[in-house]
Write a protein that binds this ligand. Structure first.
Ligand code: AMP
Length: 275
């Protein structure tokens, strides 16, 4: 496994050592089974696999969130080596955003709601860094987790709207045994918060069952929002949406999704579920 530190190194490696189809998994490191499942999917589907590990500052709207983001490079590289990844792109901020680099990608309308509203600038940062990474690594296929459902839709819209020559593939959400979606932020939960965190997925399960068996969606969402608040969560949103446009809907339909974002203490968790 080769570690590539600069754009030139990555480009030379792509041209000289890698085979098509090249699968690419962008990550911010602190790798867990969610990331590794995407790498395994890429390994199964592509001849060569590159993973990037880069904590992109421009997608963080909260400086404290960025400062506290866990960094575990040695362990990450060991895990990726075990999965027979061909190359790891590990750029610094200076490599990704050299002096004078000021072009950004304005995300599509899909980015305006939910995470876009709660985290101003987040999706512009995501689109810009993903567009740059795709330009540097030049993969045939790029893999994203369904865990970050709005991010997946925003990236799909960008790739389609900008005619980028890459296929976007999605990997299912990997969860702990108690249902909590794996996330690098889970390590920031106190034992008490960790014990309460699976309630988020339970809310989605309850809603799915209620709405599928004919309960009014708005009423069911209200009930679960109150139940989460009573359980100690600050709910940013809990909504039923069209799975492509992410616009809220009031009656269930094919391809609908439930999306939730809530905070326990200082830790913000997101999750989603297909209805
Ligand atoms: P991150 O390092 O948080 O930027 O995540 C890198 C990729 O891993 C993104 O495409 C995420 O959607 C994906 N990912 C994160 N958590 C999970 C999970 N629990 N299951 C599946 N994919 C995930």
């Amino acid at each position: 496994m080769k570690v590539l530190l600069t754009v030139e190194e990555m480009r030379d490696f792509r041209a000289g050592q890698l085979h098509s189809p090249l699968g690419f998994v962008p990550t911010m490191g602190n790798l867990h089974e969610g990331h590794l499942s995407l790498v395994r999917l890429a390994r199964r589907e592509s001849r060569s696999v590159v993973v990037s590990v880069y904590v992109n500052p421009t997608q963080f709207n909260d400086p404290q969130d960025l400062a506290g983001y866990p960094c575990t490079w040695d362990e990450d590289l060991r895990l990726l080596e075990d999965l027979q990844v061909d190359g790891v792109f590990l750029p610094t901020d200076d490599v990704m955003y050299p002096r004078g680099c000021s072009t950004t990608v304005k995300p599509s309308e899909v980015a305006t709601r939910w995470e876009g509203e709660c985290r101003p600038g987040h999706f512009e940062g995501i689109c810009t860094v993903v567009a740059k990474l795709l330009g540097i690594v030049q993969p045939d296929v790029a893999y994203f987790g369904e865990k970050d459902y709005q991010q997946l839709q925003v990236v799909r819209a960008m790739v389609s709207d900008l005619n980028l020559p890459v296929t976007i593939r999605c990997g299912e959400t990997i969860r702990e045994a108690d249902g909590l979606a794996l996330s690098s932020r889970n390590s920031l939960l106190s034992p008490d918060q960790r014990a309460r965190a699976p309630r988020l997925k339970q809310a989605l399960d309850c809603l799915r069952k209620a709405i599928r068996t004919g309960r009014d969606a708005a009423a069911a969402l209200d009930t679960e929002r109150s139940a989460l608040t009573a359980a100690g969560f600050q709910v940013d949103y809990l909504v039923l949406v069209d799975g492509t446009s992410l616009k809220p809907i009031t009656t269930p339909k094919e391809g609908a999704y439930l999306l939730v974002a809530a905070r326990i203490g200082a830790v913000r968790l997101i999750d989603n579920y297909a209805l």
